[in-house]
Design a protein around this ligand. Structure first.
Ligand code: GN1
Ligand code: MG
Length: 353
């Protein structure tokens, strides 16, 4: 793999080393060491984000809002956008690739799976803090960096087209699962259209490995990957966070205990901003997001892996199957999940001023 040294030099003259960082499926990410501070360098995938400038603009709006809010209870930091040597927010190379640099938050690590309930408590707390902090930011000030993102009926339509055009044979389990449960795809969009749920600022991709844990205190100190921060339903975020943290990958089962800890700690932060309907649509969100991601992975498999990075051709099929099995396990545990939500609603924190 060729390391983008020339690009890193646009952001700092004192680059010592570049190495790949993390395992995102869309952008290319590197850690750049310099003789001053290390930083994160990213090439934004233009196929996915057609207007990368909007990502940088949103990040600046968000940073400014958090600085102005100056919330003393907040422990969460977000990475800062770094300028190029010529004072720009990004660098566009000769091939129309957009590159940007972000501050690196030191002494931190991200997790691929939840190892103990204290970690789940931290994740719920951090997502709750993010939503609480951005609650006072008018979502109309943000660009929609990725139109159609998390609009599940759109992913279903895309799948129907892909399956009609694909030369790759259908997988019986995935095809049957989608056909059988496709009626759930409208759950959140309908609630939005009916005004039961409203647009707020969302992170868009708050999966477990986008939270940074301090290596010493074991607390979450940062939430990263802010490219999909935009107006949306916070239920997409909650569903996405829960599907990634409560997925026991060895058996593809949903872990209700992890969900209990995560959701109760989330609602300690955010519960006072929750309406009746916000509670009512928690279960549909927990069920929907694994189904949606399953459709997205499966469609990409049928389209020969154009969107999500793969290391071998059937990887997106396996990812899809994992999400559908998780969704099935959520449905098996519907009563337990709803019971948990009712308990949490009954102990809803009072309104904070
Ligand atoms: C993509 O690239 P990464 O891993 O941060 C995707 C998310 C999916 C995730 C699944 C913009 O995020 O929606 O949940 O893969 N991001 C985009 O691993 O499509
Ligand atoms: Mg992401």
């Amino acid at each position: 793999m060729v390391m983008p040294l020339n690009i890193a030099l646009q952001f700092s003259r004192s680059v010592l080393n570049i190495q790949p960082l993390g395992n995102g499926l869309i952008n290319d990410t590197y850690l750049v060491t310099t003789d001053v501070k290390p930083f994160v360098l990213q090439r934004i995938n233009k196929q996915v984000f057609p207007q990368p400038e909007q990502i940088m603009a949103n990040l600046l709006v968000l940073t400014q809002h958090i600085e102005q809010a100056n919330d003393k209870q907040t422990t969460l930091k977000i990475p800062q956008l770094l300028k190029t040597e010529t004072n720009n927010n990004f660098f566009c190379d000769g091939q129309d690739n957009y590159w940007r640099a972000l501050s690196f938050i030191d002494n931190t690590e991200s997790l691929e799976t939840i190892g103990n309930l204290a970690q789940a408590q931290q994740v719920g707390f951090a997502l709750g803090q993010f939503h609480r902090l951005t609650h006072s930011l008018d979502s109309a000030k943000l660009y929609d960096t990725l139109p159609g993102f998390h609009i599940t009926p759109g992913y279903l339509d895309h799948y129907q087209q892909a399956k009609n055009q694909s030369k790759i044979p259908e997988d019986a389990y995935c095809a049957d699962f989608i056909a059988h449960y496709q009626y759930i795809v409208h759950d959140l969009e309908l609630a939005k259209e009916q005004g039961l749920l409203s647009l707020r600022v969302i992170h868009g991709d708050p999966k477990l490995n986008n939270f940074l844990f301090d290596k010493t205190s074991k607390r979450i100190v940062s939430i990263i990957d802010l490219d999909t921060v935009k107006p949306g339903l916070i239920h997409y975020d909650i569903g996405d966070c829960i599907r990634s943290c409560c997925h026991t990958t060895a058996t593809d089962e949903f872990n209700l205990e992890t969900c209990r800890i995560l959701l109760s700690s989330y609602l300690k932060e955010m519960g006072s901003f929750f309406s009746e309907y916000d509670y009512q649509f928690l279960y549909p969100a927990i069920r929907l997001i694994p189904f949606e991601l399953g459709i997205r992975f499966y469609t990409d498999y049928l389209e020969a892996n154009r969107y999500f990075k793969v290391t071998e051709p059937e990887q997106n099929l396996r990812r899809a199957t994992g999400q559908f099995l998780l969704c099935a396990s959520v449905m098996v545990q519907e009563t337990g999940i709803n019971h948990l939500i009712n308990q949490l609603q009954a102990t809803k924190p009072s309104v904070t001023q």
